[in-house]
Design a binder for this molecule. Structure first.
Ligand code: LMR
Length: 334
């Protein structure tokens, strides 16, 4: 009798051990934008590839639209290990103590995606990701969103039109300086709060690529959208270092492959997604789209580029010059 009970007990223990061994490794991937955006789609693509390549040994749970954490909280959650993967905008690393990422926020520093990619795939991009390690974070990749538009309830054609406007920005001091350079009053605010802040008049306007503007319905509460292309917005995909390094080597390898594929996909779709979002904003008829003349564009550039020098101490003069060298940007040519 005792023997039988022992055997039953042993069998049950073996089964639960087996079940435990077969439990998938869960990666919680939290982000703040809609699923139907370049980042949202790339996160879902990564999930699909990761689960496929690991044959289900890894399960990726994607939490879009700030459903799990908002901007600031998600960084803390990653460091604590409450989530394993994020893709915050490059403008959001200052509060973490890695302010050099604000390099990407410098107005007009990149003319197009090609220039930007030269930097992200080159030594500057790699050195920046390396800086995250002391924070317990590993940087795996750069994902594109796109070039920003400026929106408000009045037409913004010249930099002077920005004077006195309360503008929502991400948590970047470079963006703060950029808004002040044109006389606006910047207000740092979590992405999840922007729509309501615009709707209720807490802020007058904001900046973002069209894909974010459209999917958050900001165009429904902003009468004018200026195609200023004054700055870039993109992401670093980051993981909790301890978690990543603790993964079985074969699994980590498969996840790295999934990440490479997702990165290629992200950077392929970003421009098209933004072009389509802009078309959708136009079609909605809710905001008027303003295209700048070359002279107007030059005036914006002239007014904002001084921020590069103002922020040289924060970001590092050498870093900024390394980017100029890569892209051919010459601040004196203005
Ligand atoms: C924002 O806060 O405006 C963006 O960083 C949101 C995002 O992640 O694209």
């Amino acid at each position: 009798m005792r023997m039988r009970a022992l055997l039953i007990g042993l069998t049950a223990a073996t089964f639960s051990l087996l079940a435990f061994a077969q439990q998938p490794i869960v990666i919680k991937f939290s982000h703040v934008v809609a699923s139907d955006t370049p980042k949202g789609k790339a996160a879902d693509f990564f999930k699909q590839k990761a689960e496929e390549l690991t044959k289900g040994r890894v399960k990726v749970e994607v939490y879009p639209n700030s459903t799990l954490y908002k901007d600031k909280e998600e960084m803390e959650a990653l460091q604590l290990g409450a989530v394993q993967m994020l893709a915050p905008s490059l403008a959001k690393f200052g509060p973490l103590g890695v302010k050099e990422f604000e390099l990407f926020d410098l107005p007009f520093i990149f003319d197009n995606y090609e220039e930007l990619h030269r930097v992200t795939t080159g030594p500057v991009g790699k050195a920046l990701l390396k800086k995250l390690e002391s924070k317990g974070i590993l940087g795996l990749a750069y994902w594109d969103n796109g070039f920003k538009v400026m929106s408000a309830n009045k037409p913004l054609r010249t930099p002077e039109d920005m004077k006195g406007l309360k503008m929502r920005i991400q948590s970047s001091n470079v963006l703060d300086a950029q808004m002040r350079a044109v006389g606006a009053l910047p207000q740092k605010m979590a992405f999840s709060e922007v729509y309501q802040a615009l709707q209720t008049g807490v802020v007058d306007g904001t900046e973002n690529p069209p894909s974010n503007l459209y999917t958050q319905k900001m165009h429904e509460v902003q009468k004018y959208v200026t195609l200023s292309d004054h700055g870039y917005l993109g992401y670093a995909v980051i993981v909790n270092k301890k978690f990543w390094e603790g993964l079985p080597a074969d699994i980590r390898q498969q996840l790295e492959t999934a990440m490479e594929q997702a990165t290629r996909y992200a950077n392929q779709i970003a421009k098209v997604e933004n072009d389509q979002a802009l078309e959708a904003v136009k079609k909605s008829g809710k905001s008027e789209i303003i295209t700048l003349t070359p002279e107007q564009k030059r005036a914006w550039k002239k007014a904002m580029v001084k921020v590069h020098e103002q922020m040289a101490d924060r970001i590092g003069k050498e870093l900024i010059e390394a980017v100029y060298k890569e892209t051919g940007f010459d601040p004196k040519s203005l």
